[in-house]
Design a protein around this ligand. Structure first.
Ligand SMILES: Nc1nc2c(ncn2[C@@H]2O[C@H](COP(=O)(O)OP(=O)(O)OP(=O)(O)O)[C@@H](O)[C@H]2O)c(=O)[nH]1
Length: 562
């Protein structure tokens, strides 16, 4: 993040702090007013509830804006008032009851409310600001991977490096972790270390501020061996004899996850505008995408449009309660798995468990520091994304599964129709793939399928949606793209694919690709658009494969015979 942007965020956070101070001053003046009436015996029925809500608000927000001591004092007063706030109107209108309240609170409340003002005038504690770390890596940078293989047996390490290179991963070798650390690990994308070395020298990695993803390879695969490695912070484990494609996959996955950094979409629902803005700024500053919702009545439409990875939700928002909103969201099967984290200044575990029973997943107790908020949200987004990948991604290629890519193409079609834009749907199919399987085996065939997936991920734009439609067939939606632009892009994908050398049974071979493309906006339904792209693909297969055919190409209608 640039210094300019950083100081802009700092300026906005400072402004929010000032706004908080103004509101807190009003809240405390209101409390002092009630205390005055209390003193002169003119306490009104609704005074207790006003006091309780003001204290609750202060307790939940003061810490976030750097007034920790004020927040703690407000919380302790809130707990004092709480039993009274739970009384009904009848009891509060009863002069005897009010007298009892008076006897109970007496001078304590008066003295402590006066102290709130003093606490607010204290210089705010040094803000708990998160220094944004530039953890995000661009796709291009992520491609530029350097793996270190560390083992005293350098011949073994070199052999492994050669094997990984045939999977597009470049690797250096070192004989000890000490030597690898001296070389420098900041730019390294992954470490591969045998377990014997890890158990001996692994402690050297502990003192490093950041270390790359670490995979350990072990001769012994047992609970104890795995647990010892987990204790040393190892991210992945594979047992010998090594399956190289599995190791390459493992490394790619860990590298991509690290490259994503603090990625995720978070929807925050809170009726306190300053807190909402503060949380939003803190999370955005670290690279998360945030949607702020101040009015609970619009959460359904924001959910459908934004599709967050997780929701942070205040528990009490005027007329709406977070737990009720969570229960309501679960009516729709689409949001059954959406993690909902309540933000609440309620510390009572019984209350928290009751709220979770309504459909929440976790509780973060307000006030929450910026660093804790960021860590809690990042971890939950990461888990939510991992689960989502498991459900929606094809395990061989990591691309979207059949039903998901089809539904994504449907969404893109609806977007084109709504905005009158041009987009393209493409069907891709490997040529003569049966022969690849027959000549070199199914396992080699799988590597070719993965090779194409890898190529598509790296050659296409981030906004393009890529799926494995089935077997050796892929589907892609290219938003905001004309047929002619798509033709150029896919022709280059075909050229690149035909140049990749695969090896099977000690022989080198090449595989080509055919592509059919259709302009999405020309079709009423997604099935029609996909059928048209499929016909164009079929036409390409008939006219010689290895290239791109669009629905508009004259040759297509002739060849397909429609
Ligand atoms: N290795 C591997 N092969 C697969 C997978 N899914 C489908 N296949 C194979 O892909 C081949 C597809 O063959 P065909 O549909 O006859 O087409 P083709 O040989 O590619 O010929 P054209 O499409 O006409 O160029 C079949 O042999 C399938 O078994 C997979 O996940 N892995």
């Amino acid at each position: 993040m640039s210094d300019n942007k950083n100081s802009e965020v700092a300026r906005k956070l400072e402004l929010l702090k000032l706004r908080f101070k103004e509101k807190a001053t009003q809240d405390i003046a209101l409390l002092e007013d009630v205390v005055d009436r209390f003193n002169s015996g003119r306490l009104r029925a609704d005074d207790i509830s006003t006091v309780y809500h003001s204290l609750h608000r202060l307790a939940g927000s003061a810490g976030t804006f750097g007034y920790g001591a004020l927040g703690e004092e407000a919380r302790s007063l809130e707990n004092l008032i709480k039993p009274l706030a739970a009384m009904g109107e009848d009891q509060l209108n009863d002069t005897l009851v009010v007298e009892r309240i008076r006897a109970r609170l007496d001078q304590v409340l008066i003295a402590r409310v006066a102290r709130l003002s003093q606490l607010l005038s204290l210089e705010a504690a040094a803000a708990d600001r998160v220094q944004p770390v530039e953890t995000r890596v661009t796709r291009e940078q992520a491609d530029d991977t350097e793996i270190l293989i560390v083992d005293p047996d350098l011949d073994w390490a070199r052999g492994l490096a050669r094997n990984l290179e045939s999977h597009g991963l470049s690797a250096d070798v070192f004989s000890s972790l000490k030597a690898a650390i001296e070389h420098g690990l900041d730019k390294v994308s992954g470490l591969v270390v045998r377990d014997s070395l890890m158990l001996g020298e692994g402690h050297l990695l502990h003192s490093l501020p950041v270390r790359p993803p670490l995979i350990s390879i072990g001769a012994e695969d047992s609970f104890d061996a795995r647990y010892r490695l987990a204790e040393r912070g190892v991210d992945g484990f594979l047992s010998e004899p090594l399956d190289i494609p599995v190791l390459a996959d493992y490394l790619e996955r860990l590298i991509m996850e690290r490259a994503e950094g603090a990625a995720g979409r978070v929807m925050i629902v809170d009726d306190d505008p300053e807190l909402l803005e503060h949380y939003g700024l803190v999370l955005e500053e670290s690279g998360l995408e945030v949607r702020r919702v101040n009015n609970p009545a619009i959460i359904l439409s924001v959910l459908s449009e934004f599709r967050p990875d997780i929701v942070l939700m205040d528990v009490q928002m005027g007329a709406h309660s977070g737990p009720n909103l969570a229960r309501m969201l679960r009516y729709d099967p689409e949001w059954l798995g959406l993690p909902i984290i309540f933000l609440s200044s309620e510390e009572d575990r019984e209350f928290q468990v009751d709220a979770l029973a309504e459909g929440g997943d976790d509780f973060l107790t307000k006030p929450i520091s910026d660093s804790l908020l960021l860590r809690a949200v990042t971890v939950r987004c990461y888990r939510a994304r991992q689960l989502d990948k498991l459900v929606s991604r094809d395990s061989l290629t990591g691309l979207l599964k059949h039903s998901v890519i089809k539904s994504e193409v449907g969404k893109e079609l609806a977007r084109c129709q709504r905005l009158g834009q041009q987009s393209v749907v493409a069907m891709l199919d490997l040529d003569h793939f049966k022969q690849v399987n027959d000549c070199y085996g199914h396992r080699t065939g799988d590597l070719v399928i993965k090779g194409l997936a890898h190529l598509l991920r790296h050659r296409l734009r981030k906004s393009d949606v890529i799926g494995r439609y089935g077997g050796e067939e892929f589907m892609v939606a290219l938003p905001d793209c004309s047929v002619e632009q798509a033709r150029v892009v896919f022709q280059s994908v075909c050229d690149l694919m035909s140049r990749i050398s695969f090896t099977g049974g000690n022989k080198e071979f090449h595989v080509t690709l055919s592509v059919g493309i259709a302009p999405l906006e020309d079709y009423v339904s997604v099935d029609d658009a996909i059928e048209a792209a499929d016909k164009a693909l079929y036409s390409r297969k008939l006219s010689g494969r290895n290239g791109v055919t669009a629905t508009s190409d004259e040759s297509q209608s002739g060849k397909v015979g429609n």
